[in-house]
Design a protein around this ligand. Sequence first.
Ligand code: HSE
Length: 299
Amino acid sequence: MIRVKIPATSANLGPGFDCLGLALRLHNTITVDPNRPFQICLTGSYSDGIPADESNLVWQTMCHLWELIHYPTPSVALTLENHIPPARGLGSSSAAIVGGLLAANTLAGSPYTKYELLQVANTLEGHPDNVTPALYGGVTLSVPAKSGIIPRVLAQSPNLKAVVVIPDTLLNTEKARGILPPHVSRNDAVFNISHVGLLIEAFIREDYSLLKEGMRDVLHQNQRAILLPGMLETIESALKAGAYGVALSGSGPTLIALIAESSKKEVSQSMVTTLGQYGVNAQAIVLEIDSCGATLSIA
Ligand code: HSE
């Protein structure tokens, strides 16, 4: 039996559009039982709406890898335990892709390295900011180079907690990307480049006082605010309540505040209350940063 545990992830962290991300200690688990008739069993908190047939993303990804390496598709039974809420900006599809690749690679005798799996995952997902932290853990930077994505772990175990505020509403990443203008101004590009620099310094020096400014963005968050009423006000309320820094998680609608343990109550309450004032129902959960990335066990 092969078991893969994959963390939820939060992409962008404000200005790091399509390149920064971090892993969170909230996991999906994929269990593969080899030499069994094909079957997909869905368990966990978020199984509704997820296909249990051959169109399932985990299964599709496994088949994709076997095709790439010319490995004959084996018959397996899968159990997918889903705790990452889908379509909320917490990397549920990246978790399916990363988990499917790791499981399929292991079944085939591990011909691909983690770095090679990252390249395949990036091709499937389209942007690397969720798949890199899902594979490597911690806070990551993904650099699109000629040779492929260069993954850098900026901080494996930062001394931070995350308040993750998850609205009831779902949001499709394609829709949230579709509303972004195709061009950005030079001023806005400079704003984000410089803020990413500050953010990297914050993580590397563990100087979290830099996160408040470092997590500001002008390339996508203001534009996406129409998709989440009260988003900008909620970000400001979390900062007032003591968060180090706050951002839209991936393409939303979840918001993420990076905090010290001591401010978790105030930040959670202020964010949920502020969103509620704009008619958005949301739940707050406090999560640790995942420092391992996807893990594999074989029984
Ligand atoms: N960076 C993506 C976006 C989401 O903001 O559209 C996660 O990959």
